[in-house]
Design a protein around this ligand. Structure first.
Ligand code: NAP
Length: 246
């Protein structure tokens, strides 16, 4: 990363949940942040206002990560507003648990389009456009280690993300860019809480030996470290962050 300019981070799916928390933390760390969202412009703009009112540099950028043309346009916009990107956080994702036999063609395609092709689309742009010395951090999930019923397709999308992480770290040889993934356990966001009873939520909260649900900031502070210069020797790794759940 250059020391002569403010480092620039693009966070996908940063209007809400873990992504918004990552955007706040990276802005506190001194990054200029591009806050990507898909449909919730209000939430994204509110976050931009919160950060800019503190004197931080932030702007929101709409793109459906599933569409390569959107992703290409998003990189163009970030470069023209802020400059070349140093840190890419692939956070946008969806979760809908269903038995495999009840999963429609449409849901299967939507899942892989957003969770997997979305990451492919940004990695392909990043491979030629990220500044040398940069960082890429992908969001996987601890569910991959738990093999719970209902998670077959979601886990499939994240297994691919972990594979991309390991191989892409090698393909970027010579650029001094690291590629890692964080695999959270349950985190109290819309994605996790939607459709669950209080009892189900309590059961998840009791699973890790630390006996609580994760909070978005638990993940944001790990991403902050992986985005920093201090993490430079960690490359091609999957870091499970789940209070000891698995
Ligand atoms: P969330 O609260 O549901 O937020 C999802 C974010 O992704 C929103 O900002 C949403 O934008 C954006 N998004 C959705 N589809 C998109 C698309 N096609 N293009 C661009 N942005 C899109 O989710 P979260 O819990 O923060 O999850 C973030 C990541 O962590 C996901 O990859 C998820 O799989 C992973 N993860 C979460 C948990 C957990 O327990 N929460 C555990 C393990 C892993 P809009 O506001 O515009 O809809």
């Amino acid at each position: 990363m250059s020391i002569s300019h403010q480092n620039i981070a693009l966070i996908t799916g940063a209007s809400r949940g873990i992504g918004a928390s990552i955007a706040r933390r990276l802005a506190d760390d001194g990054f200029a942040v591009a806050i990507n969202y898909s449909s919730n412009s209000q939430a994204a703009d509110k976050l931009v206002e919160e950060l800019t009112s503190k004197g931080q540099t932030a702007f929101s950028v709409q793109a459906n990560v599933a569409h390569s043309a959107d992703v290409n346009a998003m990189f163009n916009q970030v470069e023209s507003r802020l400059g070349h990107i140093d840190v890419l956080i692939n956070n946008a994702g969806i979760l809908k648990t269903l038995p495999l036999t009840e999963t429609s063609d449409e849901l299967y395609e939507r899942y892989f389009a957003i969770n997997t092709q979305g990451v492919f689309n940004t990695l392909r742009e990043a491979g030629t456009r990220l500044n040398n010395g940069g960082r890429i951090i992908n969001l996987s999930s601890t569910t991959l280690a738990l093999n719970m019923a209902g998670y077959a397709i979601y886990n499939g999308t994240k297994a691919a993300v972990e594979a991309f992480t390991k191989v892409f770290s090698k393909e970027l040889r010579g650029r001094q860019i690291t590629v890692n993934a964080v695999a959270p356990g349950p985190i109290a966001t819309d994605l996790f809480l939607a459709g669950k009873t209080q009892e189900m939520i309590q059961n998840f909260a009791q699973m890790p030996p630390l006996e609580r649900l994760g909070q978005p900031n638990d993940i944001a502070q790990i991403v902050s470290f992986l985005a920093s210069q201090d993490s430079g020797w960690i490359n091609g790794q999957i870091l499970r962050a789940n209070g000891g759940l698995a």
